[in-house]
Every structure is written in structure tokens, then in C-alpha cells.
Write a protein that binds this ligand. Structure first.
Ligand SMILES: [Zn+2]
Ligand SMILES: [Zn+2]
Length: 344
């Protein structure tokens, strides 16, 4: 099969003919239709995340069709109902399937046993430790795959699998915040904006200073205020989510919070956070981060997304152009989430 392979970090991917994977026990063999490109893919290529499997097939927002179902799906020491989540979905040959970042957990560590499988000590992450979706086929553990809402086609739905899911987890961490700030108006922010407006929040969007075009886009979507990240909002915020990987935004967001407010860092990587006076954290302000996702996040999100309905903005590229896609993403030249189209 054709695959775009990362042989070493800080090098372009290589188009190669590699053996088609086989579905092991409990796994699905999936013919990949689309795979959306995530900023995490860039962090892996750029060597900003530790110890990726090499060589590696990137990609963890995969939409495809089940081609083969591995044997003995639910037998073995780990039972799908022992995780504090709903019984896992089942798949048949021909079903459409979504494969997210969380690819496997042990089901057994303290985190898994306390409903926090996103923090599992032994988790495997699609397109990072096992291979992902920049290829014609991939395999995935069926218990971590999702059925996808019918209202979306394979291109539209792909960005929901990470930007949507991790964005949703970040958003849920803000509790019932009425005045919500968002720093960094990229793919995840665009999706979460739609949910927060649907749920009646007052939205304050922060962009790069001087980026009036993005500020106008945010206002047109329904943000109450939009401005530069160097500005203070007209009201104090109950919560702020930072989607940009820019550490100095953390103390900036903290200064914009009301008492008891929370700053949620939604990315997997961020530059260093500068020091700030304790007075900015005082009065029970909180800084937290979001790591990965749980299957429950996915179930909730894919139930909610079509009701809003969340719309995605995408730009498609053929698999062979993955390097061009990553370069354009890095340079901030994309008009929507890049989606690689793979099956005819
Ligand atoms: Zn675990
Ligand atoms: Zn991602």
C-alpha cells in the first residue's frame, strides 16, 4: 500500500510502498478514506514530542471503511465494560469508522480504573506510537474507534476526530463559565466557538495582535468581543482556553480572569511559560492542561456535534502532498483544516 512515512524527525515524509497491515485480535483493518492533519503531527515531525515510533505513519483523525474484523473481539483479560465507559461499539465489514488519537489503554492502571484513561500509564496514541492514517490502510483497536454521525461526509467529519474531541475536552474543563475567552483562533477554536455559542456562553476571542481579519471572523460567528492577545477583554472572564502553543499567553489569560476562574491549556506542546506575580493566581484561579481524550468524551461529542450542528472548514490535499500540506500548516497558510484524501 502507499504510505507517507516519517523516517526521522525534521525530515520530509517519504512516499513509500509498504506492506498492508493485518488486523490482529480485537482490531479492525480500515481502508482509509480521509485523514485530517493536526498540529500534533507538526510537533512530531519537528521533533518537539519525545520518542515517536520510527519509521512512523502519522495521522490520528482517520475516517475509513472497515475492510476486515480481527478475531476474538471481546475476549481476553480486559473486558470492554470494566472501564467506566459504555460498552464499546461494534463494527462490521463495510461500516464507516472514525479512529482518534487514543489508540489503546491497559484498562488496569490507577488512571484507567478511575475513569481517566486519557492519562493511562501505558496508553498508545494513533500516528505516534502505533502507525496512523497517512496511508491507504491502517489497523486500530475496535474498542477505541467511533461510529460517526451520518450528517457529515468523510472530509467534513475528519477534523472532529481531534480538533473537535480535544477541543471539547478543553471546553468541558471550563465548567459552566458564562464569560469564556479563547486564545488562538485555529481549527479547535473554530469548532468550540460553535458549541459555546449553542450553549449560550458569552465568547471573547483573542488573536495575534493586529489580526483584524480573524477578529472579524470571530465576531461574525457571534463572539461578543474579539481583540489582540495583548489586550484586556471588556469584562473579566470566568474561564479561558488557550489553543495557541505560546507560553506567554498563560499569564496573559490569567490576568483576564475573574476570581475563581480557570485557564485551560488545550495543546500537547507549548513554549515556556514566563514567571508572573502570585497575585495573578490568588483568589482561587486555576491553571490546568488537557491531555488526550477518553472514549466518553468521544461519545458525548459525536452526540452533540450534529445537534449544534458543528460545521468544519476544510481544505483537501492528495496523500502524496502531505509534505506540502505540513509546510503550509506550519506557515499558517491554510484556510481550513487540511484533510488528506486517500481512497478514490
Ligand atoms: Zn491505564
Ligand atoms: Zn491531534
Amino acid at each position: 500500500m502507499r504510505a507517507m512515512v516519517l523516517n526521522e524527525t525534521r525530515r520530509p515524509l517519504e512516499l513509500r510502498d509498504v506492506p498492508k497491515p493485518k488486523a490482529g485480535r480485537g482490531q479492525l483493518l480500515v481502508r482509509v478514506s480521509t485523514c485530517a492533519v493536526c498540529r500534533t503531527d507538526l510537533h512530531v515531525v519537528d521533533g518537539e514530542l519525545p520518542d515517536p515510533k520510527l519509521p512512523l505513519i502519522l495521522g490520528h483523525q482517520i475516517v475509513g471503511q472497515v475492510e476486515e474484523v480481527g478475531e476474538e473481539m471481546w475476549e481476553g483479560p480486559e473486558r470492554p465494560d470494566s472501564r467506566g465507559t459504555k460498552a464499546a461499539p461494534t463494527f462490521a465489514i463495510g461500516d464507516r469508522v472514525g479512529i482518534p488519537w487514543l489508540g489503546w489503554t491497559d484498562g488496569d492502571c490507577w488512571y484507567c480504573r478511575s475513569g481517566r484513561e486519557n492519562l493511562c500509564d501505558n496508553a498508545r496514541f494513533t500516528g505516534y506510537t502505533p502507525d496512523g492514517g497517512y496511508a491507504e490502510f491502517t489497523v486500530a483497536d475496535a474498542r477505541y474507534c467511533f461510529h460517526l454521525p451520518d450528517r457529515y461526509d468523510d472530509v467534513e467529519v475528519a477534523p472532529l476526530l481531534c480538533a473537535g474531541l480535544i477541543g471539547y475536552r478543553s471546553y468541558r474543563k471550563t465548567g459552566n463559565a458564562r464569560r469564556l475567552g479563547i486564545y488562538g483562533f485555529g481549527n479547535a477554536a473554530y469548532l468550540i466557538t460553535q458549541i459555546s455559542l449553542y450553549e449560550g456562553r458569552d465568547l471573547f476571542v483573542f488573536t495575534r495582535p493586529g489580526d483584524t481579519k480573524t477578529q472579524q471572523t470571530a465576531k461574525a460567528l457571534g463572539a461578543k468581543w474579539a481583540g489582540g492577545s495583548d489586550e484586556m477583554p471588556p469584562e473579566k472572564l470566568d474561564a479561558a482556553i488557550i489553543f495557541a502553543s505560546v507560553g506567554p499567553l498563560v499569564p496573559a489569560a490569567l490576568r483576564a480572569l475573574a476570581k475563581g476562574g480557570i485557564v485551560v491549556c488545550g495543546g500537547i506542546h507549548m513554549t515556556d511559560i514566563p514567571s508572573f506575580p502570585y497575585a495573578d493566581l490568588w483568589e482561587e484561579r486555576v491553571i490546568t492542561s488537557v491531555a488526550n481524550l477518553t472514549r466518553r468524551d468521544g461519545e458525548e461529542f459525536f452526540e452533540l456535534a450534529p445537534r449544534v450542528p458543528i460545521k468544519t472548514k476544510t481544505e483537501t490535499f492528495p496523500l502524496e502532498e502531505a509534505n506540502i500540506t505540513l509546510d503550509r500548516f506550519r506557515a499558517g497558510e491554510l484556510k481550513g483544516t487540511a484533510v488528506l484524501t486517500i481512497a478514490e
